[in-house]
Write a protein that binds this ligand. Structure first.
Ligand SMILES: *Cc1c(COP(=O)(O)O)cnc(C)c1O
Length: 399
């Protein structure tokens, strides 16, 4: 037999970046160290108590009493699939709001799951008014409504006031993408009447990518338990997954143990900070960053009234080389920001202020670095044009 030679590769040595893109966001040493703790089995009593803690901390972060609240063992998109495939049965009608990449992705997932998908669309950067949603809901008479709370491709925050009541008035169900919004702005699952919600560990939860917290209301759980057909995905079938998370601890798939350690540490940090303080921190620093970006002459893609504090999407000025600036930020300053997605590719920068990456230090460093990069691209930018207004705002806010 002839054995293939083992490849010679360098040892792992990732640099320490400042992650200010659309995710993953920075994680604390505490989270990284938690992930390096000794491995135990996924049915070890010690691990079972970590699972219980994660569920109770997730209920706090989601502001819900929902029994069915767990982290799915995969990234945010699997949280999206989990909500859709567990609730949708062949031919069910779902109305989805599409004003960016993630609404479009939800529509794609729902179509693959056998739903009859109808969409309402808005230009990217805009949000849907309650009247627009109501009009579409009453025209199409669907069973489900899917909305993206924080549209990471555009930096728009979709208001959800009154939407739960609208949908429940016709015995419908509200599905919400809270991947970017959770733990950065209020996500009040019970109060807002959200029936199924999903998020991701790597955005404002400030944990590495790999887990997708989801929560189902009792009504949504009842839809799942009274299904006539099997859930289309074996891996994401929550009726089986809950056999492991929900009591009997029956093996379904091996839980990613170390990821759950990381989530534990990340959630504990959120509990210690408190949600209200955390929301305020994101809002304050967004205002400082926005003052600085505007000082640099950069225009936001979303209207001021509907901006997502943790994701600042701004237009790249004419004549500026997108890739060159982002490469420079990365190589010279160790800062990652995001480029545009889909229709915004090459046209916008997406600057994240998520969780541990949301601080005064990061805001001033990025604005200073951007000033340097924009000048390097021949833009006329005054000295301190970004840092000046941002630091004034910090003083004004007393942070
Ligand atoms: C990041 C993101 C997702 C997908 O999450 P992944 O972790 O990349 O799978 C879905 N929806 C929104 C709004 C997101 O920002």
């Amino acid at each position: 037999m002839s054995i293939q030679q083992a490849p010679q590769v360098k040892s792992l040595n990732p640099p320490r970046r400042v992650l200010m893109g659309p995710g993953p966001s920075d994680v604390s040493d505490r989270v990284r160290e938690a992930m390096a703790k000794p491995l135990v089995g996924h049915l070890d009593p010690e691990f079972l108590s970590i699972m219980d803690d994660n569920q109770s901390m997730l209920r706090y972060v989601f502001q819900t009493n929902n029994e069915l609240t767990i982290p799915i063992s995969a990234t945010g998109s699997a949280g999206m699939e989990a909500c859709i495939v567990n609730l949708i049965q062949e031919g069910d009608k779902i109305l989805i709001g599409v004003n960016g990449v993630f609404g479009k992705r939800m529509a794609d997932v729902a179509e693959r799951a056998g739903a009859e998908v109808v969409t309402i669309e808005k230009p990217w950067g805009e949000v849907f008014s309650l009247a627009e949603v109501k009009n579409a809901w009453q025209t199409h008479k669907p069973k489900f409504l899917g909305l993206v709370h924080g549209e990471t491709s555009t930096g728009a925050l979709q208001p959800l006031d009154g939407i739960g009541e609208l949908v429940h008035g016709d015995d419908g169900f509200l599905i919400v993408d809270a991947v970017t919004s959770l733990a950065g702005v209020p996500v009040m699952v019970d109060e807002w009447g959200i029936d199924a919600v999903y998020s991701g560990s790597q955005k404002c939860l400030s944990c590495p990518p790999g887990l997708a917290p989801v929560s189902f209301s009792q009504r949504a759980a009842d839809v799942l338990s009274s299904r006539k057909s099997k859930v289309q995905s074996w891996y994401l079938d929550l009726s089986m997954v809950m056999g492991y998370w929900g009591g009997e601890r029956a093996y379904h798939h091996t839980a990613p143990v170390s990821m759950n350690y990381g989530l534990h540490a990340a959630l504990q940090q959120i509990c210690e900070e408190g949600l209200e303080t955390r929301w305020q921190r994101h809002d304050n620093l967004h205002r400082c960053l926005a003052a600085g970006l505007e000082g640099l002459g950069l225009q936001f893609m979303a209207d001021k009234a509907h901006r997502l504090p943790q994701l600042n999407a701004v237009a790249i000025p004419d004549g500026v080389d997108d890739a060159k600036v982002r490469r420079r930020l990365l190589q010279d300053f160790n800062i990652e920001i995001g480029g545009g997605l889909g229709a915004f590719k090459g046209k916008v920068w997406r600057i994240g202020l998520m969780g541990d990456a949301c601080g005064k230090n990061q805001v001033l460093t990025l604005l200073g670095a951007l000033e340097y990069c924009l000048k390097g691209e021949g833009q006329k930018v005054g000295a301190g044009a970004g840092v000046g207004p941002a630091s004034d705002m910090m003083l004004e806010l007393g942070i």
